[in-house]
Design a protein. Structure first.
Length: 252
């Protein structure tokens, strides 16, 4: 037995429409984004097996989780477990969340915000765990994987949905393949991929995850996977392009 983690990039938000919209704080989903959630809800084959719903506390991720997976036929039920470690990378307004009080008023009993560090998770410009540096992003990605492992349990067949963000997903999975030049992610809005923990004993300190064969074949057919050497090279190149651009405040 081993748990399966279905990772999902949020649906289209207004910040995805233009560079100017990245100045919007914690933006909404667009009408197209809402339709993407409905399409994902119809296409996702594992609703009946879901035991946990997890999301970044950003509004676009919580709404994606609600619209695509909420009130499903499986044992997973509200509240959604909100993890501040799953938030997006940069310090742009569009990648900065709302206060816990505002989220509690908006989402009520549908979101468990007890793990969100109020006043800290929205501070990306100081020396906090969410400052957008390579080292701190890698630490919180590892922390997020550990929490997901604890939620699922190692000796279980649990299926968990985790809705998070395109750029952060590369750090969460430690896989940086196919990122276009000028972009920070290869994940499409509302795309999902499925992962399992590499170490079935739970002794792995990093709680590393690997895409399942079913998920890989669904996306890429019989294409062979890259070697560890090539994946390491892609990580180095991608991070050298992405990380220096994450501190928008430094360029003001």
């Amino acid at each position: 037995m081993t748990p399966t983690i279905h990772l999902v990039r949020h649906a289209q938000g207004y910040h995805n429409l233009s560079v100017e919209n990245e100045q919007m704080r914690d933006p909404d989903l667009t009408p197209l984004g809402e339709q993407q959630c409905r399409d994902l809800r119809a296409a996702f084959p594992h609703h009946g097996r879901l035991t946990h719903l997890v999301a970044s506390p950003m509004r676009r991720t919580l709404y994606t989780c609600i619209l695509a997976f909420g009130d499903g036929p499986g044992p997973a039920a509200y509240p959604i477990t909100a993890l501040d470690t799953l938030q997006e990378l940069s310090d742009q307004p569009s990648d900065t969340g709302s206060s816990v009080a505002a989220l509690a008023e908006e989402f009520g009993a549908k979101a468990d915000l007890s793990r969100v560090r109020d006043g800290v998770w929205t501070d990306k410009m100081s020396d906090t765990p969410f400052e957008p540096t390579k080292a701190k992003i890698e630490v919180r990605a590892r922390e997020a994987r550990r929490v997901l492992r604890d939620l699922a349990g190692i000796n279980s067949d649990d299926h968990i949905v985790v809705v998070t963000h395109g750029a952060f997903l590369h750090f969460l999975t430690d896989e940086f393949q196919d990122i276009p030049n000028g972009n920070a992610t290869s994940w499409k809005n509302c795309e999902y991929r499925s992962y399992q923990f590499v170490d079935p004993t739970g002794a792995d300190d990093s709680a590393a995850i690997l895409e399942t064969d079913e998920s890989w074949q669904r996306r890429r057919g019989d294409e062979p996977r890259l070697s560890k050497h090539d994946l390491d090279e892609l990580r180095t190149v991608a991070q050298s392009r992405i990380v220096p651009k994450l501190k928008a405040s430094a360029n003001l």
